[in-house]
Design a protein around this ligand. Structure first.
Ligand code: SAH
Length: 224
């Protein structure tokens, strides 16, 4: 590494440690596995070059094509709500930059990720490969109805905001599985979790949040 590269690397390391303390622990993220995953994934590898100095800022950042990489806190919170264990197979709908998938890949056995926009899917796959992450399977296409071929999933994370909870995604949850999805509530979204339990589906509402919209939901049936 050149001196300048080494210095940048050190700054990112320090920014990542600060993020853990100031953005995550202080706001109530307590799951140690999630904190470890967040501490190990280089967020700067998933942001566009021009945003790199702000890689660890406390907000979402543009990644091109009108899409964003989610705020670090939301990535951690979603990961915590999904309650992922080491043997889990996880579906992410809306791969975007690949950052959330990279964090999930540290928590799960395998991540299946689907992204609508080919250019983003390709860039994310390259970033994941560059970091040596080999347990994320990347697909290009519409994930608004999940990804049937890989189902059932122990957890499904939807990284774009939806008007309501689609049955097609719930149907792809394994017994005991958790779906975490931002659902529209006026101007913003509410992070919502649906768990498939012995007593049926248990839905809980969590943090208010802002996500880009999930596309292709026009075809959802009223209860789909
Ligand atoms: N998890 C991402 C966040 C990306 S923003 C990250 O950490 O960077 C949400 C992404 O969802 C966008 O890239 C958008 O293109 C994608 N998306 C929107 N509708 C989709 C659909 N129906 N199927 C798959 N991806 C979709």
């Amino acid at each position: 590494m050149t001196d300048a590269r080494e210095q940048e690397h050190g700054e990112h390391e320090r920014a990542r440690q600060r993020m853990i303390v100031e953005q995550l622990r202080s706001r109530g993220i307590h799951d140690e596995r999630v904190l470890e995953a967040m501490a190990s994934v280089q967020r700067e590898a998933f942001v566009v070059e021009s945003e790199r100095p702000r890689a660890y800022a406390d907000n979402a950042l543009p990644i091109g094509l009108g899409q964003t990489i989610s705020q670090p806190y939301m990535v951690a919170r979603v990961s915590e709500l999904a309650r992922i264990t080491a043997n889990d197979v996880v579906l992410e709908v809306g791969l975007g930059s690949g950052y959330q998938a990279a964090v999930l890949s540290r928590l799960a056995k395998r991540v299946v990720a689907i992204e609508l926009l080919p250019a983003l899917a390709q860039r994310a796959a390259t970033a994941l490969r560059a970091l040596g992450i080999d347990n994320v399977e990347v697909h290009t296409g519409d994930g608004s109805r999940g990804y049937e071929q890989g189902a059932p999933y122990d957890a499904i994370v939807v990284s774009a905001g939806a008007p309501r909870i689609p049955n097609t995604l719930v149907a792809q949850l394994a017994f005991g599985g958790r779906l975490v999805i931002p659902i529209s509530a006026g101007e913003q979204h509410v992070l919502t979790r649906v768990e498939r339990t012995a007593e049926g589906l248990v839905t809980t509402q969590h943090d208010p949040c802002m996500y880009v919209p999930l596309r292709r939901v026009g075809g959802w049936l009223p209860h789909d």
